[in-house]
Design a protein around this ligand. Structure first.
Ligand SMILES: C[S@@+](CC[C@H](N)C(=O)[O-])C[C@H]1O[C@@H](n2cnc3c(N)ncnc32)[C@H](O)[C@@H]1O
Ligand SMILES: Nc1nc2[nH]cc(C(=O)O)c2c(=O)[nH]1
Ligand code: SF4
Ligand SMILES: [Mg+2]
Length: 214
C-alpha cells in the first residue's frame, strides 16, 4: 500500500490549538477543492509514491512524537486512514487537517481531526459535508478561514450548530493570509463576543520567505 507524498518535514506547528509545538508534517499530494486563497497549490500534483513503512521510517528519524497529516487533501487517498492507524499504534499523537468535504469517520478514533468549514470567499462552501458535524469528538477542532466580513458572518451563523460539541478553544478563526489583516479579525471577534480562538499562521511569521518545507 502506498501514498503519494509531496513533502515530509520537521517544523513548529503553525496552526490549530497545537500551534507552537514541534511536529513532523506529512503533506499528501492532490486536492479535490480549489480554494481561492490556497497557500499550498504546489501539492495539487506531483509528489513521490511511498509505502506506509517508508513513511513511518522517515517520520521516526525526526525523533518527534507528534505528526500532522495534511496536503492537499489527506482524505483523498484511501491509504491515509491506514497510515494514521499505524502511527497511533506506535504511540504518536496524530492530527489530520482536512477540508471538510469528505467523510472524516474513516479515521481512527485516536486521531485529532482539524476540519475546515469553508466560507463563501473560498468559492468551495457548497462542498461541505455537513454530516461530518455529527462525527466530531471533543479532541477535534473546527476551523474557519475568514477573508472578509461576509465570511465572518457566515461562520457566526454556523457556531450555534457547533457549540454543543466543540469547546471555544477548539473553534478556530484564522485570517486568510495576505487578504484579511489579523487585527481586523481580532476586532470582530471581540466586538461580537465570539467564543472562539484566533489563530494566526505562526510558520508564516517565523519563515515569511519560505513557502514550503516549514
Ligand atoms: C493547505 S490546507 C491542507 C488541508 C486541507 N486541504 C484543508 O483545506 O483543510 C491546511 C490549512 O491551511 C489553510 N489555508 C490555506 N491557505 C490559507 C491562507 N491563504 N491563509 C490562511 N489559511 C490558509 C486551509 O484553510 C487549511 O485550514
Ligand atoms: N509549520 C506549519 N504548520 C502547519 N500547520 C498546518 C499546516 C498545513 O499546511 O496544513 C502547516 C504548515 O504547512 N506548516
Ligand atoms: S482544500 Fe486545502 S489544499 Fe485544497 S485548495 Fe483548499 S486550502 Fe488548498
Ligand atoms: Mg500550510
Amino acid at each position: 500500500m502506498s501514498l503519494t507524498i509531496s513533502e515530509i518535514f520537521h517544523s513548529i506547528q503553525g496552526e490549530s490549538s497545537w500551534a507552537g509545538l514541534p511536529f513532523v508534517f506529512v503533506r499528501l499530494t492532490g486536492c479535490n477543492l480549489r480554494c481561492r486563497y490556497c497557500d499550498t497549490r504546489y501539492a495539487y500534483d506531483g509528489g513521490q509514491p511511498m509505502t506506509v513503512d517508508a513513511i513511518l521510517q522517515r517520520i521516526a528519524a525526526f525523533g518527534c512524537p507528534r505528526v500532522l497529516l495534511t496536503g492537499g487533501e489527506p482524505l483523498l487517498q484511501g491509504t491515509t486512514p491506514q497510515l494514521a492507524e499505524a502511527l497511533s499504534d506506535r504511540g504518536y499523537t496524530v492530527t489530520v487537517e482536512t477540508n471538510g468535504s469528505l467523510d472524516i469517520g474513516v479515521l481512527d478514533a485516536r486521531c485529532h481531526r482539524i476540519m475546515d468549514i469553508k466560507c463563501p470567499s473560498s468559492g468551495m462552501q457548497h462542498h461541505q459535508r455537513w454530516a461530518n458535524l455529527d462525527l466530531l469528538a471533543p479532541g477535534d477542532e473546527v476551523k474557519f478561514v475568514v477573508a472578509d466580513r461576509d465570511d465572518f458572518q457566515y461562520a457566526l451563523d454556523i457556531l450555534p450548530r457547533l457549540a454543543a460539541r466543540q469547546a471555544a478553544e477548539r473553534i478556530l478563526f484564522s485570517p486568510a493570509q495576505g487578504i484579511l489583516p489579523p487585527r481586523q479579525l481580532a476586532d470582530w471577534l471581540l466586538a461580537t463576543r465570539t467564543e472562539a480562538r484566533l489563530q494566526l499562521q505562526l510558520h508564516k511569521i517565523l519563515w515569511p520567505d519560505q513557502d514550503r518545507g516549514v
